[in-house]
Design a protein around this ligand. Structure first.
Ligand SMILES: [Zn+2]
Length: 291
C-alpha cells in the first residue's frame, strides 16, 4: 500500500497507527536496525505553539529535537507534547496529542505517540483518551504530571482515567511523589504503570525502588534525578529485576546520553542492559492495546 493511500486509511480510522508503524518505505535492514535501537520511554516534544520543557531553550523545533536524539544515539522513543501537560482546556491537550500523532506518522517507526489529558473536564478527557487509543492507535498515556496544573490522583475522576486505561490496555506513565506512587501502585493493580524517576535523596530512591519491586504491574523509568548516583541502577535491577526497569531520559529537559552512559557502564549483564535500553519497552508495547 502506498503512503498516500495509507494516510487515507488512517484518516478513515480503519487501521491503527501502530499497524502502520511496522510497515513503510524503510528497507528491511533499516527496519531491523530501527527495531533494535535504543528506545527512550520518556520524551517531551516541543510544541508548535512554542511550548518547550527546557531550562534554557536550544532545541525549539521538532527537527532540532530529532537531530539531538540522533546525536545521542536514541533511535526510538515514546513522545508526549509539552502543551498537553500544561493544558487547562481540552482543546489544548487535544492539539498536543494530534501533534504527536502527526510526528509519529512523519517519523514512522521512530516515535510512539502518547496521549496526555488533564482531568478537570473528565468526560472530555476520557473521550480524548478513547479516541487516541481507538482511532489513532496510541498505546500509551502520560507522562501525567499533576503538579503542573494542580490535580490529584486520589479522586473519582482519576480513578475513571485508570479504569479506562485498564479497559483499553494502555500503559500509563505517571509522575508522582513517593506517597502518590504507593497509593497508585496499591490501588490500581490491573493497570500497567510506569513511574518515572528514582528520586532526589536516598530515602526516596530506596523507597521508590521498593514500591516497584513489590508491585509486579509497575515499572520504573530511570530518567531524572538518581540515575547519576553510581550504584542506584544496580540496586534497582537487584531488587526489581531487569525486566521492569526502562531507559528514559526526560529529554527535552534532561540529557539522554548521560543516562545511556550510566546504563552502558553499569555492573549488569549485557542481556540486562539490552532489556533496559530497548527490550523491555519493545515487549511492553507489543503487549499493549487490543487484546
Ligand atoms: Zn517528564
Amino acid at each position: 500500500m502506498s503512503w498516500p493511500s495509507r494516510r487515507r486509511v488512517l484518516q478513515a480510522g480503519l487501521v491503527s497507527l501502530a499497524d502502520l508503524l511496522v510497515e513503510g518505505p524503510l528497507s528491511r535492514e533499516a527496519r531491523a536496525e530501527s527495531r533494535r535501537g535504543i528506545f527512550d520511554a520518556h520524551l517531551h516534544t516541543p510544541s508548535e505553539n512554542g511550548e518547550l520543557f527546557q531550562w534554557h531553550q536550544i532545541t525549539k523545533t521538532m527537527p532540532d529535537f530529532v537531530a539531538y536524539l540522533d546525536k545521542c544515539g536514541v533511535r526510538r522513543g515514546v513522545i508526549s507534547a509539552a502543551r498537553s501537560n500544561t493544558a487547562r482546556e481540552p482543546d489544548s491537550y487535544r492539539a498536543g496529542n494530534r501533534e504527536v500523532a502527526r510526528y509519529a506518522e512523519r517519523w514512522r517507526g521512530r516515535f510512539r505517540p502518547s496521549c496526555v489529558v488533564t482531568p478537570f473536564r473528565i468526560e472530555e478527557a476520557l473521550r480524548e483518551i478513547e479516541e487516541c487509543a481507538t482511532q489513532l492507535g496510541f498505546l500509551w498515556i502520560g507522562e501525567f504530571c499533576n503538579y503542573m496544573t494542580g490535580y490529584r490522583y486520589d479522586t473519582p475522576e482519576w480513578k475513571s482515567v485508570m479504569e479506562l486505561a485498564a479497559r483499553l490496555n494502555l500503559v500509563v506513565q505517571i509522575h508522582t511523589n513517593t506517597a502518590e506512587m504507593r497509593f497508585l501502585a496499591d490501588t490500581f493493580p490491573s493497570n500497567t504503570i510506569v513511574f518515572p524517576h528514582f528520586g532526589g535523596n536516598t530515602k526516596d530512591i530506596f523507597e521508590r525502588i521498593a514500591i516497584v519491586a513489590a508491585h509486579p504491574n509497575t515499572l520504573i523509568d530511570v530518567s531524572g534525578s538518581g540515575i547519576e548516583r553510581v550504584g542506584i541502577l544496580e540496586r534497582a535491577v537487584g531488587e526489581i529485576g531487569a525486566d521492569r526497569v526502562l531507559y528514559g531520559s526526560d529529554f527535552t529537559i534532561n540529557e539522554p546520553s548521560a543516562v545511556i552512559a550510566r546504563v552502558r557502564n553499569a555492573f549488569l549483564t549485557a542481556a540486562d542492559r539490552e532489556k533496559i535500553l530497548y527490550g523491555n519497552l519493545d515487549r511492553l508495547l507489543a503487549r499493549a492495546g487490543r487484546k
